[in-house]
Design a protein around this ligand. Sequence first.
Ligand code: PGA
Length: 237
Amino acid sequence: MIIASNLKTNLTREKTISYIKDVENFIQKISSNQEVFVFPAMSSLNSQASRIIQGAQNAYATNNGAFTGEIGVEQLEEFGIKTILLGHSERRHILGETQTEIVKKFNFYKNLGFKIIYCVGEPLEVREQGTNMMMKYLELQYEGVDTKYKNLIIAYEPVWAIGTGLTPTLEDISNIHLKLKEKSNAALLYGGSVKANTAKDILACNGVDGVLVGSGALDVKNFCNMIQTAQNIDTNN
Ligand code: PGA
């Protein structure tokens, strides 16, 4: 399974290095074969040798150049980063990234062979309009995206579930995942208020291939706990 930690704008460089070291030690201790990702803040990217895949939370579609406040391939390459998170709801809704801008980044990083974790998700007012409207909304977030790209992972993250402690029911998660799976064979993660004590049921849902976790993974013990949970599910299957 895929277990991913999105550290967002949290932890210092020093704390991130120690976080990754702790996860690495845990993975070794339990001989985990789960696919583990960590997305540190930009200033905490590091070329730490590790079994964990480190990814960028964002980057501009450029090698380098005059794009104040952004980083590009040159900066990612310094740390051997070949994985990027795109379309996250905080970038869409807080930073105002449009589908066109996201698709531009998608194509740029796809052409470089990056592993892309591409996020989709609907806001509450759309969810409240029923399943058809919600699926139509999600459909638009697939527009321009190569759903057959071999290094693609998709994350379904309802905007109203991110950082709120709210989650869809397990039945909803499963139903939506199965619908989204008709659009792409890529691995499909669930994200939005996953916690150490809810990961087990979510990971066991039909159509869920892993989780993308923010606040619930900030404490490294909780993140390790989720890796253990995924490992247990795999062992029992
Ligand atoms: P959350 O964030 O786990 O804090 O809800 C998830 C995400 O934004 O990827």
